[in-house]
Structures are given as structure tokens and as C-alpha cells.
Design a protein around this ligand. Structure first.
Ligand code: SF4
Ligand code: SF4
Length: 372
């Protein structure tokens, strides 16, 4: 495969051009206008940030993208899917509330927010891909209904995937609750016995009679469970959770295959901003000291090349004093391959995601970095 073009601009700004104008120029130079937006629905996949987190992308950047789509005749909306874990984005109402509190209101961004997988995370499209790990991806229906997909990613560290880039935003982020479960584990949740009060809500919602209650506690029969995720949303005690037991490499391969499902057969465009590079995902209700200084904004039609370019640029940066990265380098007395994300989370490795994405034809990790 030929090298992919990845366009880059730094966060240096002048009185002649602020960062919002720079982002617009970056998108234009990268070929955004080559997409036919006329009367088309364009999903802008973003992370609205968990309540309490302050590292997520400012809504002002989302407005640049939404306005540009409208300028080209399209109908943009911002979107994300509900989370698997307990937090402020577990169902569509909480998720919308969090998005608005964090500034993603239509007044600020110029477009609406649609939670991709609906009220309880069960509104999904089944996308056949016949992958090595995933046969049918379960993607938020509203995201699959869009004619065009744009990922607008805050590039940062991630405690499981190594970093959270375009592929993580697309693959895991667009998965419905069942889709996320499939990526994190074999798709079947379990009950925390200490938290369960035996109310029976999980039994009532389950179409497969998988939750069984004995001695006032529920147990999920994995032979009957099909991993739809409905019980997670109804448990009043948040006692039901996915079993996070797949290896990091398998998780990364599934993320790549889900990204493929999200992107296939429609125009896509990908933007990543490397700023406030927190060690953990924006799913955390806090953000620690960034591990490296801000780098810049990147755009490409190839999400794989984009992630590779972002990682390479990050790894050229010096660690920020007192960050987790800085502390780990001092403690471990090493900086293996100068891989900042592996050093930040030594149990993770991000390369298997990119390697698998290349293998399945989602994109290439060979790129030409074009500075504008
Ligand atoms: S819904 Fe939750 S608390 Fe109620 S029985 Fe099921 S697991 Fe237990
Ligand atoms: S995940 Fe779905 S099939 Fe499995 S126990 Fe929960 S509701 Fe039933």
C-alpha cells in the first residue's frame, strides 16, 4: 500500500490565524472538501469527557468541524455511545447531561448531540465483517445511519489500549454496550455478589433467562447469556459488569476490527488533536498531569496512518516533570524504545492494534507527514 498523507500543524498561533482557523485550514488542506456533503448526514464521533475530567477536547473545535460540514451542505451531529462502566455517561440521558455540562450544547457547537446507541445502549446496527476476532460488529445505530463519518479525537494515553487515538475513538467508542462487551471480553457479564440485592430486574429484562437468582443473589448463566448488555443498564446497584479478561493484544485486534466495521463503505475523515495528553482516557472522572507537552493537530483520510503519526510525534516529545511518564522513567531507570505510552502504562502495548488494522486493510502505517 502507498504511503498515506497525514497533515500536521502545531499549536503555534498568531494574530493573523488562531487555532480554530488553523484547524479549518488543516482540514481544507487535507482534502475535506473532496467529500460530497450535500444533504448528507455527517456523524462527528467525539468523546464528551466524563464529568470531572477536564482534558477532553474543547467544544470550540467541534464547532469548527460542524460549521465546515454545514458550509459544504451537510447535516452534522456530534455523537458517542454509552459506556460499559458506571459513570456519568452510562445511559443517553446522563450522557447528554454530561455533554451539555461539558459545553457540547447546540448553542456552543452549532449542532445537536445524538447518543449513538440510544437510551440504554442497546440501539445497535449489526455490521457483518467476518473478521478474525469479530464476525458481526455491534455499532451504535445512529452512527451507522450517518452517510459520512468524521472522527474528532483527543489523542491521549489509555490504561488498556496504550493510547486513545482515532482507532480507539472509532472501534471502542462506536460500539454499542454489547459491542463494547465483545471487545473487552467474550461478551458475557457477571454479577458482583456483594453488591447484588436480588431485586430481579436483570431477570425481568433478559430475553434469554440467563440471570438466575438463588439465596437472594443473581448469577448469570453464561451458557444462556448472549451478551446483549441489557441487564447492565437496569441493575439499580450497578452490580453487573463485563468481565475484562481478554488480553491486551486481543482487545487491540478487536478494536481494529470494530474500526473497520465503522468505516467500511462510506466516506470517512479523521482528525486528532494532541493536547492535554493525560495518561488515562477521558472516561476517567479526573485528569492527571499531561505526560508530554502539546504537539499539534493532525488530519488524514487514513485512521491507521493518523494514529501511527500521532504516536511517533508524541514519542519525540520530552516527558513533563512529575507526570506518570516522568515518574515511571525515573523509577524503572529505562525508556524502552522511547515509547512514552508503554512507559506510562507498562502493562499495555499499542502496536498490535495498528498492526492488525494494517493486516485487515483498514489503512497503512506508512505515511508522509505534511506540515502546513
Ligand atoms: S438487577 Fe442487579 S441487584 Fe437486581 S438481581 Fe440483578 S444483579 Fe442483583
Ligand atoms: S447480557 Fe443480555 S443475555 Fe446476558 S444476562 Fe444480560 S440481559 Fe441476559
Amino acid at each position: 500500500m502507498d504511503k498515506a498523507n497525514v497533515y500536521f500543524t502545531s499549536f503555534k498561533a498568531t494574530g493573523q490565524e488562531n487555532l480554530l482557523q488553523k484547524l479549518h485550514r488543516l482540514m481544507k488542506t487535507a482534502g475535506f472538501e473532496n467529500i460530497d456533503f450535500q444533504e448528507k448526514y455527517a456523524a462527528i464521533k467525539i468523546h464528551f469527557g466524563e464529568y470531572g475530567n477536564l482534558a477532553f477536547l474543547r467544544p470550540n473545535y467541534a464547532r469548527v468541524v460542524a460549521d465546515y460540514v454545514k458550509e459544504l451542505g451537510g447535516k452534522p451531529f456530534l455523537t458517542d455511545c454509552n459506556t460499559l462502566y458506571v459513570g456519568s455517561r452510562k445511559n443517553a440521558l446522563d450522557h447528554l447531561e454530561t455533554a451539555y455540562v461539558n459545553g457540547f450544547s447546540p448553542y456552543q457547537t452549532g449542532c445537536h448531540v445524538i447518543i449513538g446507541d440510544g437510551l440504554k445502549g442497546t440501539d445497535e446496527a449489526i455490521v457483518p465483517i467476518d473478521g478474525e476476532y469479530v464476525k458481526e460488529a455491534k455499532i451504535g445505530q445512529a452512527i451507522m445511519d450517518a452517510d459520512i463519518l468524521i472522527s474528532l479525537t483527543h489523542f491521549k494515553g489509555h490504561e488498556m489500549a496504550g493510547f486513545g487515538g482515532a482507532l480507539k475513538n472509532l472501534g471502542m467508542g462506536c460500539g454499542s454496550r454489547a459491542g463494547k462487551m465483545e471487545q473487552h471480553c467474550d461478551g458475557k457479564p457477571s454479577v458482583n455478589q456483594a453488591a447484588c440485592v436480588g431485586c430481579g430486574a436483570c431477570q425481568k429484562i433478559c430475553a434469554h433467562a440467563a440471570p438466575e437468582i438463588a439465596d437472594g443473589k443473581a448469577v448469570i448463566n453464561h451458557d444462556k447469556c448472549v451478551g446483549c448488555g441489557r441487564c447492565l443498564a437496569v441493575c439499580p446497584k450497578d452490580a453487573i459488569a463485563a468481565d475484562f479478561h481478554d488480553s491486551i493484544a486481543v482487545l487491540n485486534c478487536k478494536i481494529a476490527e470494530y474500526s473497520y466495521a465503522v468505516c467500511k463503505e462510506r466516506p470517512c475523515f479523521h482528525i486528532s488533536l494532541i493536547c492535554d495528553v493525560s495518561p488515562n482516557c477521558d472516561c476517567h472522572a479526573e485528569n492527571d498531569i499531561p505526560i508530554i507537552p502539546d504537539v499539534g493537530m493532525l488530519a488524514s483520510f487514513d485512521p491507521v496512518a493518523l494514529d501511527q503519526a500521532c504516536a511517533d510525534l508524541c514519542n519525540q516529545m520530552p516527558p513533563i516533570a512529575h507526570s506518570v511518564l516522568d515518574e515511571n522513567i525515573k523509577e524503572l531507570h529505562e525508556d524502552e524504545d522511547h515509547d512514552h505510552f508503554h512507559m506510562t502504562h507498562p502493562d499495555t502495548e499499542w502496536k498490535s492494534c495498528i498492526a492488525h488494522a494494517v493486516k485487515i486493510g483498514l489503512g497503512t502505517n506508512a505515511y508522509e507527514l505534511i506540515r502546513i
